[in-house]
Design a protein around this ligand. Structure first.
Ligand code: G3H
Length: 493
């Protein structure tokens, strides 16, 4: 039924070929080249997306630029109304979008539904909060040497054309978290969806259009990151880049991009420290959920657990028991399964390779460890060293490693020595001790007695070191997508 709204997106072949939105219409690329979108569930081709050319990108960015000049002058309340309508559309099509998401990226029904509804809530929140982002007013007299003749009216203005690059693991939510704040603050958006996730992202583009976002204010260009990523990021028509993806890609973009603002959310590789006084049962449940939800393909997943030897000896058997009880691996379309496949055969092979390398280097597989095509058993390793590849680089799969340390100081040293710094968890029954420890850990956010997570979405969300640049979270993202524009009044003496 909802399909009737989305007929312009693709042709009627099987599998369908999707078009890209060039700012004027849904179009086929003149390259004549397409890329297959393959379902991780059964490896069948769900559809094909356009590989757009550089000149099509040039034209789309020029349209985005021209459209932004008009969009920024539309009153914010009107822009907010359009966004509220978009969130209504997202909610209205929740079932349809959820179904696409399950097939396209292999989420479970609960995970996919949550992503869609969270996205609708996020759009509303951005629209409401945008109305409260304001500039300020300063008088010159507050600084020595100036008298009352200067006054600055400091406006917050849009940046221009924002390039939004979204990852496969949240193709709707981590697109909305970029597109909605950009739009409400008067920017236009050049949207580059992930290849797996592109079909949901193209639907999202159409939803924004149907809600009333004018032509050109959003343009959506598709193609592989290696085909069009560098061209987009270094394009002179782009005024800001907001990106979610791996630390390796983030670093490479940051090196090329030049002097424009960036907002990057990159790899996590998040640790948990378990203190001896922690409640072992609730800690184990948080570790299991933190490590294995969406098959460990979240930048906020728990990747390793540190504790003193007696703590790990107590905790590890409980984590294994809870994993057996709570995690059921299988096709997420069938009821009862909550651990689906990882995104591709190549990803699964890489994860399995790292597990086997860790084993060969002395780590012990305590649970799981087997790979069958894109399915990786929930895997628990012990005796892992931070230098092993499974831990040195973020492993985007359902694997968690346990490390025994001689002291909590050693645990902090391991975390602070890592190239990542998104989040960390501390488990303890003494909140004071938890806060004290949190203050020593060099990451964006420390969670006490919970797994790492981005939400609630109005909290600041940031990574340090290889985990990101800039601060997201409703209010913070809105500010990041504007700049100050002081206008100084000089009164005659
Ligand atoms: O993968 C990165 C996401 O920002 C993680 O979000 O903690 O809500 O799963 P989440």
């Amino acid at each position: 039924m909802p399909k009737e709204y989305f007929v312009s997106l693709h042709d009627h072949k099987s599998p369908p070929t999707y078009r890209f939105f060039n700012g004027e219409k849904w179009a086929e690329s003149l390259t004549g080249k397409t890329i297959d979108v393959i379902s991780p569930l059964d490896n069948h081709i769900l559809g094909k997306i356009q590989l757009v050319s550089h000149s099509e990108i040039d034209q789309a960015i020029e349209r985005a630029h021209q459209a932004q000049l008009l969009w920024r002058d539309i009153p914010m309340i009107k822009r907010a109304q359009i966004l509220h309508l978009a969130s209504d559309w997202i909610r209205h099509h929740e079932h349809y979008l959820t179904t696409i998401l399950i097939k396209e990226i292999g989420k479970t029904l609960a995970e996919a539904k949550d992503e869609i509804l969270r996205s609708a809530d996020m759009v509303d929140y951005f629209a409401n909060e945008g109305l409260h982002i304001k500039g300020e007013e300063l008088s010159g007299e507050a600084f020595p040497g100036y008298d009352q003749t200067k006054m600055a009216i400091i406006e917050r203005v849009s940046l221009g054309v924002i390039l939004a690059i979204a990852p496969f693991n949240y193709p709707v939510n981590l697109s909305v978290s970029k597109i909605a704040p950009a739009l409400i603050m008067g920017n236009s958006v050049v949207f580059k969806p992930p290849t797996q996730g592109a079909i949901s992202s193209l639907h999202l583009t159409e939803i924004f259009r149907l809600a009333g976002v004018p032509d050109g204010v959003i343009v959506t260009v598709t193609g592989g990151g290696s085909d069009i990523g560098d061209y987009l990021c270094t394009h002179s028509g782009i005024d800001m880049v907001t990106f979610t993806g791996s630390s390796q890609v983030g670093k490479s973009i940051a090196e090329k991009i030049g002097m424009i603002p960036i907002l990057f959310e990159c790899g996590g590789n998040n640790p948990a420290i378990v203190l001896p006084d922690a409640d072992m049962h609730s800690t184990a449940v948080e570790i299991v959920k933190g490590a294995f939800s969406y098959s460990g393909q979240r930048c906020t997943a728990i990747k390793y657990v540190l504790g003193l030897s007696p703590t790990i000896d107590k905790l590890l058997p409980i984590v294994v028991k809870k994993t057996k009880e709570l995690i059921k691996m299988g096709d997420p379309r069938s009821e009862g399964y909550n651990l689906g496949p990882v995104i591709s055969n190549a990803a699964a092979e890489e994860i399995e390779k790292r597990i086997l390398m860790a084993k060969a280097a002395g780590a012990k597989i305590v649970y799981g460890g087997e790979q069958k095509e894109r399915y990786i058993e929930p895997t628990i390793l012990e005796g892992v060293k931070p230098s092993m590849e499974i831990l040195r680089i973020e492993t985007f799969g359902p694997v968690v490693s346990f490390i025994k340390v001689k002291s909590i100081d050693e645990a902090v040293k391991i975390i602070n020595g890592s190239n990542y710094g998104l989040q960390a968890s501390v488990f303890t029954s003494d909140e004071g001790a938890g806060i004290k420890l949190a203050q020593q850990i060099d990451v964006g956010t420390v969670q006490i007695n919970s797994k790492p997570q981005r939400g609630p979405d109005h909290f600041p969300f940031l990574g340090i070191k290889g985990s990101g640049i800039g601060v997201q979270g409703i209010h913070y993202t809105l500010e990041a997508m504007t700049r100050f524009k002081p206008i100084v009044l000089n009164k005659p003496q």
